[in-house]
Design a protein around this ligand. Structure first.
Ligand code: MOS
Length: 743
């Protein structure tokens, strides 16, 4: 083991890998459209208040200038005020900031105007020349201070099972507070929208989105158009992590501008705009108390959390949820509130809720194990349960113990010492830590079309998009397994809302949801071939359908395999260019199966911390996943690698900084918002239980995008504690912060 991530080799390949690495794959902003004009946002320089005046005289005099769109000249948008458009059937209120709808400034960097010009260069110039004056009002952005004022909090959802705060009465307990700053998705590809009104009531949109169908629905409702009049193309998505789960202000801005100018408009966000115009992981404060008896049985878990939202939308996520259900414990209480601030709205970011919550819970459990003088893995095994503790339903599958065992073996856990500062390599303290992750494993509905061509190729279609997880590769494998043919004969087509409706890629559900649809379509195609054999081939006429088999696209009589016909021959006999079938796979109702469905992960970290400088160096990572059957080994492994790197960033580097006197983000560039550099990434081993979940779907696979990061930051923190005896509870953990803590 100990394979370096750059040298590890796996035999399978991504079906779209070559196109992506050779630059042939087209991303949203790369699409060329005749007569395209360019829009650039002019953003507020104040944090809260009103726009007094917008002067566009100089801007409109600039070369190439076409228009400056703002609240005073913005056309009426049905979705901004549905009641004013009773004649429109499919109108619905736009969710989120209604850009250019009024003169209010709600956060620093809010789009105030769209400067539109013939070229991107001109548009940038026009944007600079727009003169705006404001009436400034006092703002509130300082989470750390304001969250202490109960009057400013809202949305309490108190939960109590058994006794409230029972941990305090346990013979052994720890309680501590945890802080996580705002983190941003910042995928490589900037968010972008090209809006093109092909006729007065039909729209073609190229958009960076995780859900072509959900974007189609949002945009149709914005203008009260029938869904079929709006086509969304998202062929390739260059990363998103949740930022493209919904449509942000640049989408209506482009659509409104294109309508007003009667020209296609492209809006591409700038990197600084990526920090607050497409959501972010909210800032959070958590307090966790955990108590146990001397044998390590958990007697109480208490988990409180607060996270920020904006003034104009309530965003909340499942920060305290895992504490309620993951470990055997009769006394659990949780409460979660939000704090509205003068910031833009946060959103789901990889492992939403649980990444935040499991960081605190898994850190607290590590502290408690230490207090009990127990090995942290043994402590978790002691409190392991096969019954989801909140619903009291048995899990459809839970193989956490396999993850503990294999991960411990791969990281060399036997070398770990219970007491910190007992292992040294030269001037470096050595520590081992682990943390658990859990996320819901769902299955939604999906529709897939399978097309069998006369040459034997099979094309599968669904309107989904793929932010990079490898959906087309995984779906090709599902189809190849079902049909028993080579992957090279299968093509998965996606990224267009005109295709049969597929799910939004999010919440670790694509493989389960879409995989079920692909499997069903392929199985139905085989069934259709049996019918065709009976219809078209004399030798099959007297054979009952149950006595007919299909393997590797060959239909045969089960009793006499000499009676057979190939799928290609059947298409030819039918005298059609292709055969096709459209199938809808239903979503999973957990009540139907009376099981709780989750995916799990356990992450292991070996760290060195310099005894004098407190420099932190990760030496080895082992990340293990329990997500049912692994469909595509390579892309699943890559998901875990990416999650580990994201987890390292969360633990050690990532932090959006806000100057609270101005309300402005001060590090909105990738030079100043630090993500892990190559020299911070140690060798990473990935291992999966790879046991099919018998309940979740026909293919046995669960999602793993979120569990790849959930629990990871705790594993790093726990390893640093094991090395040094120091616990930093405010992320990111830096050597400066470590220096200030006593061992
Ligand atoms: Mo994921 S945060 O559901 O894109």
């Amino acid at each position: 083991m100990n394979k370096n991530i750059f040298t590890a080799y796996l035999p399978d390949e991504r079906v779209d890998g070559l196109q992506k690495v050779t630059g042939q794959a087209k991303y949203t902003a790369e699409h060329a459209i005749t007569n395209l004009a360019y829009g650039v946002f002019v953003c507020s320089t104040i944090t809260k208040g009103k726009i007094k005046n917008i002067n566009t005289t100089k801007a409109l005099a600039a070369p190439g200038a076409l228009e400056v769109l703002h609240f005073e000249n913005c056309p009426k948008v049905p979705g901004y005020q549905p009641s004013a458009f009773p004649e429109l059937k499919n109108v619905g209120e736009w969710r989120g900031l209604k850009v250019f709808a009024d003169n209010l400034v709600r956060f620093n960097g809010q789009p105030i105007a769209l400067a539109i010009a013939e070229t991107i260069e001109s548009a940038n110039e026009v944007a600079k020349l727009v003169e705006i004056t404001y009436e400034v009002e006092p703002h509130e952005t300082d989470f750390d201070t304001l969250r202490k004022d109960p009057a400013k909090l809202k949305g309490s959802n108190n939960y109590v099972r058994g006794k409230n705060q029972a941990y305090k009465e346990a013979p052994f307990f720890v309680e501590a507070e945890y802080n996580i700053p705002i983190e941003v998705h910042n995928p490589m590809e900037m968010h972008a929208t090209i809006a093109h009104w092909e006729t007065p009531d039909t729209l073609l949109i190229y958009d960076k989105t995780q859900g072509p169908k959900s974007t189609q629905s949002a945009v149709s409702k914005l203008f009260g158009l029938p869904e079929k009049n709006v086509r969304i193309i998202a062929e390739n998505v260059g990363g998103a992590y949740g930022s493209a789960l919904r449509s942000w202000p640049h989408v209506p801005a482009a659509v409104i501008a294109a309508k007003k100018l009667q020209r296609p408009i492209k809006v591409v966000l700038t990197r600084p705009q990526m920090f607050n115009l497409v959501g972010y992981r909210p800032q959070s404060w958590q307090k966790v108390g955990v108590g146990a008896d001397a044998n390590g049985n958990l007697l109480g878990i208490t988990h409180y959390a607060i996270s920020n939202s904006s003034r104009y939308e309530d965003f909340r996520e499942g920060i305290v949820d895992a504490s309620r259900f993951l470990y055997k414990c009769d006394n659990v209480d949780t409460d979660y509130k939000i704090l509205p601030l003068d910031l833009s709205t946060p959103t789901w970011m990889r492992g939403p809720g649980e990444a935040t919550g499991c960081y605190a819970l898994e850190s607290a459990l590590d502290d408690l194990a230490f207090k009990l003088k127990m090995d942290p893995i043994q402590f978790r095994i002691k409190n392991f349960t096969e019954i989801q503790q909140e619903s009291k339903l048995p899990w459809s599958a839970i193989n956490l113990k396999d993850c503990y065992a294999k991960g411990a073996e791969l990281i060399g856990w036997k070398n770990r010492k219970l007491s910190p500062r007992s292992l040294k390599e030269g001037d470096w303290f050595v520590g081992y830590g682990m943390g658990v992750g859990v996320f819901g494993a769902g299955r939604g509905t999906s529709t897939v079309r399978a097309i069998l061509h006369v040459d034997g190729r099979v094309v599968l279609e669904s309107a989904v998009s793929d932010m990079g997880a490898g959906t087309a590769t995984a779906m090709t494998k599902v189809a190849a397994n079902s049909l028993g043919i080579a992957e090279s004969k299968i093509k998965f087509v996606m990224g267009d809302s005109d295709l049969p409706p597929g799910p939004t890629q999010g919440g670790s559900t694509t493989t389960s949801t879409l995989g079920s649809g692909v499997h069903l379509a392929c199985e139905s195609l085989k069934d259709l071939l049996k019918d065709l054999a009976i219809e078209l081939v004399d030798a099959f006429k007297l054979i009952s359908k149950e006595k007919i088999g299909v393997e590797a696209m060959k239909v045969f009589s089960i009793d006499d395999k000499n009676i057979s016909v190939t799928a290609e021959e059947l298409v030819k006999k039918k005298n059609v260019p292709f055969l096709d079938i459209v199938k809808t796979s239903p979503g999973l109702n957990p009540r139907e199966i009376q099981r709780a469905t989750n995916s799990f992960s356990v992450h292991f970290v070996k760290v060195n911390v310099h005894s004098k400088t407190n420099e932190i160096q990760l030496k080895h990572v082992v990340t293990t996943g329990d997500a049912g059957k692994i469909i595509s080994e390579q892309t699943a492994r890559s998901q875990m690698l990416g999650g580990a790197v994201g987890g390292i960033g969360m633990a050690l580097t990532e932090e959006v900084k806000i100057d609270h006197t101005t309300g402005k983000i001060t590090n909105a560039t990738l030079g100043n918002y630090i993500v892990p550099r190559h020299n911070m990434i140690p060798p990473i081993d990935v291992w999966f239980t790879n046991k099919p979940d018998p309940y979740i779907n026909a293919i046995g696979a669960k999602g793993l995008g979120e569990i790849a990061i959930i629990g990871f930051a705790a594993a790093v923190s726990n390893a640093i504690f094991n090395a040094t005896g120091k616990r930093v509870r405010d992320l990111p953990i830096t050597k400066e912060k470590l220096a200030k803590v006593k061992a």
